[in-house]
Ligand binder design. Structure first.
Ligand SMILES: CC1=C(CCC(=O)O)c2cc3nc(cc4[nH]c(cc5[nH]c(cc1n2)c(C)c5CCC(=O)O)c(CCC(=O)O)c4C)C(CCC(=O)O)=C3C
Ligand SMILES: [Fe+2]
Length: 360
């Protein structure tokens, strides 16, 4: 997998030097687009060193690390996230080519190979200097946004020490961007029909049983939630804004199921408060209150990585089954063409701003 990437990057390093500005004007002054992500293990022997990278100095209890390690071992020690990022990188590249842009698309991570700093170094040695990053998180908070900004600063500083003067800018988070929201609208409509079909109804609008929608995102500690309010809308409220749009979409299709925002993947010491309720707790409560089915919509995640595969497709699905609830988990945006095209629109927009053609 890394081999694949390195051969792609070897080609693109050359391109950064030789590509004429003409074909790449839409992203000038940038020399490359960078897909920035979290990273995940590729094999069982990667799991412990990966978890050490993630939690370095962050006070995650040992029991939690063992538990999360088990999630990865349960999937052969391999996170799905890397293949998903390889696919997203390729989709971004195709969309750029379709629009006549020949710039390379690099892929770098915070916690596992290919590491951001290494990928930037290779590109910089090929002559690239200015990078525009797109991250795999749609929302603003310390973990989903600022930590990536810190990664960019750290990589830039490390390369400066080596005499490589690079600069990285990023597109804004995109939870409220049309490419993301329209894709989620389509996804939620399709998933509602899937649940209706699973429950034997002809259509979602005609489903008369007691069904609920649980929109799911990654829990964060309450102080991190509080801090995220500096972005205008806090982390939780950014999700509520997306949910409002999705509820309107469903309503226009005659689907008025009750819905709420719930959380998964809580970690940290039990005495520290995190955003609640947990998806599993709500599934049990809803079943007790007479619900017959649930639609779980992972709006907090852009692809089916470990939180989705384990916390939702494994654990929450089991909870629902034990309660006799019909359960459908909606797709994530993944490499949906409308989503990918929206990311490229954002990159073009950022480049226009950088060239002084539009106001930031
Ligand atoms: C908001 C948020 C996103 C954003 C949504 C997004 O970006 O999609 C996200 C993404 C991810 N988090 C991931 C994995 C982990 N996160 C951890 C720990 C933590 N996450 C937190 C928050 C978030 N995390 C927090 C506040 C912690 C504890 C403190 C800390 O350590 O900062 C831990 C340590 C063990 C544990 O405590 O669970 C692991 C292994 C993976 C990879 C999955 C894969 O391999 O497929 C991905 C994409
Ligand atoms: Fe996380």
């Amino acid at each position: 997998m890394t081999t694949d990437f390195h051969s792609a990057s070897a080609q693109t390093d050359g391109a950064a030097q030789t590509t004429s500005r003409d074909s790449s004007d839409a992203l000038a002054p940038y020399d490359a687009l960078v897909l920035m992500s979290f990273g995940g293990p590729n094999a069982p022997e990667d799991v412990v060193p990966f978890l050490r990278n993630v939690t370095a100095g962050r006070g995650i209890p040992e029991e939690r690390l063992v538990e999360v390690g088990e999630h990865y071992y349960g999937f052969g020690g391999k996170s799905p996230i890397n293949e998903q990022n390889i696919a997203l990188r390729a989709a971004l590249e195709s969309e750029l080519r379709r629009r006549g842009v020949t710039l390379p698309v690099l892929w770098g991570n915070r916690n596992w190979e290919p590491y951001l700093t290494d990928e930037l170094r290779a590109a910089a040695k090929g002559g690239a200097r200015r990078f525009l990053a797109v991250t795999t998180s749609a929302y603003y908070s310390y973990s989903s946004y600022e930590q990536y900004q810190e990664d960019f600063a750290r990589a830039t500083a490390a390369l400066a020490e080596e005499g490589l003067d690079v600069r990285i800018d990023a597109v804004p988070q995109y939870f409220d961007h049309p490419g993301f929201v329209r894709t989620q609208r389509r996804i939620v409509r399709e998933a509602a029909e899937e649940l209706a079909a699973a429950m034997g109804a002809g259509s979602a609008a005609n489903l008369s049983e007691n069904v609920h929608i649980l929109y799911v995102t990654h829990s964060i500690p309450l102080p991190m939630q509080e801090d995220s309010r500096k972005y205008g809308l806090g982390y939780r409220e950014q999700h509520l804004k997306v949910i409002e749009e999705l509820a309107a979409e469903l309503s226009s299709a005659g689907i008025e199921w009750p819905h709420e925002l719930v959380y998964c993947s809580r970690s940290g010491p039990p005495q520290n408060p995190w955003l609640e309720p947990d998806v599993n707790d709500r599934l049990e409560e809803l079943a007790t209150a007479g619900a017959a089915g649930v639609l779980v919509v992972p709006i907090g995640f852009v692809s089916d990585h470990m939180e989705v595969k384990f916390d939702l497709d494994t654990e929450a699905r089991q909870t629902a089954a034990a309660q006799g609830l019909a359960y459908v988990r909606a797709a994530t945006v993944g490499t949906d063409p409308e989503f990918v095209s929206g990311l490229v629109d954002l990159a073009f927009e950022r480049a226009r701003q950088m060239r002084g053609e539009t106001a930031p």
